[in-house]
Design a binder for this molecule. Structure first.
Ligand code: ZN
Length: 114
């Protein structure tokens, strides 16, 4: 997953002016490596986690809730169009992966207020 995101970052040219790759897992406090990918995936705007490097608490911005839209589609919309349980399960997996990708790609870590 990380590898493909690096490629996406390169293709989209999402680099800072200093030429350093913008990382969505950089700590907003210390700039270091913050959270393992799985822990980060479960981070919501109302939750926070301690940074692995400095111990300060980090969270994600409120607008990041939009990244769960694919999961809502999987649960609420897909079953209306098909009754095939394999298709429903497959779309749930694919749409969950999309949510994870959106999170990793677009949602930055922010200093937690709680
Ligand atoms: Zn930190």
């Amino acid at each position: 997953m990380r590898k493909s995101l690096d490629i996406i970052n390169q293709v989209m040219g999402s680099e800072t002016k200093e030429g350093i790759k913008m990382s969505t897992d950089q700590c907003p406090h210390c700039g270091g490596y913050c959270l393992p990918p799985l822990r980060r995936s479960f981070l919501g705007p109302l939750t926070s986690a301690p940074c692995r490097s400095c111990g300060e608490r980090v969270s994600v911005p409120g607008w990041s809730v939009f990244t769960v839209a694919p999961i809502i589609i999987a649960v609420a919309v897909v079953p209306n169009y098909t009754t095939d349980p394999h298709l429903v399960a497959m779309s749930a997996v694919l749409l969950s992966m999309l949510t994870s990708l959106l999170n990793d790609t677009f949602v930055p870590l922010v200093k937690s207020k709680n």
